[in-house]
Ligand binder design. Structure first.
Ligand code: FES
Ligand code: FES
Length: 156
């Protein structure tokens, strides 16, 4: 069945079963491989995208649930104010190690700052708790989020 999805501001038509997870559509149908597959069961955060601004695990989100929603992926989050601040802080703090988890980490961090521009430590912990990093970059992630929260904001 054909589904129209709004991804990074552009309408995309995909012909898949309605229960196909968004992650599969992004990676295998549309060739957008920035969003990663980790566990497939909402336990690692590698597949995180934004759905109407909310950090969302695309591995368990069926396309049929996304009618009328605006989806943002790692490929375009840098065009948002919060996403741009997060990406700059990630580079400044040299957060990345192997990199595999980092798309999801950045998407969760950007959603946090868009909703809560000045998060407390516990806000950060709560927002990032579902994003696993095998390389243990958690300390740098937290510092980068704090830097991004302190950098000049143009809103959102
Ligand atoms: S791949 Fe979706 S949470 Fe792990
Ligand atoms: S940077 Fe390697 S898993 Fe996070």
């Amino acid at each position: 069945m054909a589904y129209s999805l709004k991804i990074n501001g552009k309408m995309q038509s995909v012909d898949v079963d309605g229960d196909t997870p968004l992650l599969w559509v992004l990676r295998d149908v549309l060739g957008m491989t920035g969003t990663k597959f980790g566990c497939g069961i909402a336990q690692c955060g590698a597949c995180t995208v934004h759905v109407d601004g909310m950090a969302t695990r695309s591995c368990i989100t069926p396309v049929e649930s996304l009618k009328g929603s605006a989806i943002t992926t790692i490929e375009a989050v840098g065009a948002t104010a919060a996403g741009a601040r997060v990406q700059k802080a990630w580079l400044d703090r040299e957060v990345v190690q192997c990199g595999y988890c980092q798309s999801g980490q950045i998407m969760s961090a950007a959603a946090l700052l868009a909703a809560n521009p000045k998060p407390s430590d516990s806000d950060i912990d709560d927002a990032m708790a579902g994003n696993i990093c095998r390389c243990g970059t958690y300390g740098r992630i937290r510092e980068a989020i704090k830097q991004a929260a302190q950098s000049p904001s143009k809103g959102g």
